[in-house]
Write a protein that binds this ligand. Structure first.
Ligand SMILES: [Zn+2]
Length: 115
């Protein structure tokens, strides 16, 4: 899974989105719609009129998308991707073993939820 960011070079919200993805350690791909016609087409097909267009891609298919700098959505995507790649819980988000997965997976550090 990865976060596809369709943005343009002079966009503050695009910069903020890329920085947030980097800070959270999300696998991401930035594509410049002003230099990449395929990326422009993809962005237009979503119907969004705001940059960046963010698409969470799983096995080549979009599973979530939004437009603009949206920290809450980026964090949700980070957790979703971390869980999908988590070896501690096998992607289930729950484990009875001591947590060793990436911090963002719901199976880690949620002792209060597990009781
Ligand atoms: Zn996990």
């Amino acid at each position: 899974m990865k976060l596809l960011i369709l943005g343009n070079p002079r966009c503050v919200q695009c910069d903020a989105t890329v920085r947030k993805a980097e800070k959270l350690g999300i696998p991401h791909e930035y594509r410049d719609v002003t230099a990449d016609p395929a990326a422009m087409t993809m962005a237009k097909e979503t119907g969004f009129r705001q940059a960046p267009v963010c698409i969470v891609v799983k096995d080549g298919a979009p599973v979530d998308r939004w437009a603009g700098f949206n920290p809450a959505r980026i964090e949700a995507a980070a957790r979703r991707i971390a869980q999908a790649q988590c070896e501690a819980c096998g992607g289930s988000g729950v484990t009875d073993q001591s947590a060793t997965g990436p911090d963002l997976c719901p199976c880690v550090g949620r002792d209060d939820a597990r009781g």
